[in-house]
Structure formats: C-alpha cells, structure tokens
Design a protein around this ligand. Sequence first.
Ligand code: AMP
Ligand code: ZN
Length: 113
Amino acid sequence: MSDCLFCKIVSGAIPSKKVYEDETSYAFSDIHPQAPTHVLLVPRKHIASLDHADAADTALLGELMATATKLAATLGLGKGYRVVINTGADGGQTVDHLHLHLLGGRAMSWPPG
Ligand code: AMP
Ligand code: ZN
C-alpha cells in the first residue's frame, strides 16, 4: 500500500525507532508514547485492521501475539504489560494498518478511555 504510513515505516521510506524485526513483523517506538514503554508491532503485510484479517491470516495473528510476549520479556516488562489492538472508528484506530500496541513500565488502569 503506497499511501499507508506503516507500510512506509516498514519499508524504511519513513524513519522510525526500530525495536525489533523479523520476516513477518516490524516493531518500533510509538511517536507519542502513552507509557514508559510504548511499542507498535505491525505485520509487514498490509492488513487494514483486525477486522480485515481473514482465515489465511490466523497464523500471522498468532505469531504477532507470540512476538509481543517475547518483546515484553526483552524490554523488561516482567511486572506486566498491556497489548491493545484499536479497531475501527469506535475502537480508536487512527492508522489503517493492523498494529499491536505494547504498553508497559507503569500500572495500567481499567476501563480504558
Ligand atoms: P491507533 O490510534 O491505534 O491507530 O494507533 C496509531 C499509533 O501510531 C498512535 O499511537 C500514534 O502515536 C502512532 N504513530 C503515528 N505516526 C507515527 C510515526 N510516524 N511513528 C511512530 N508512531 C506513530
Ligand atoms: Zn500498510
């Protein structure tokens, strides 16, 4: 997707602070962090949202979850963390490329805003 912000970050066309990458995913620091640790984990494949993932993406979704837990350990979030996937307008999604927010380094409250 040539007009997608996160596709451009994955390709390197737009700079980012890389945290991790492998064959299927790329992780980088959120530009407006909401916690001491705030990392975005995105699939290299353009999927507009969780709602746009289909059955063929099931393994990819599982891999992203597994990568998030590995990243949490690597980043020292042993006390806990939160993984968020904002989806659609009411979900608060602002960038239309599936991404997991990995938040940690402070106690989280509930319910979310
Ligand atoms: P969401 O609102 O769930 O779609 O999350 C989009 C996230 O992308 C927000 O937390 C933004 O702060 C973050 N963001 C937007 N532009 C950039 C960028 N160029 N580099 C890093 N993070 C970004
Ligand atoms: Zn994209």
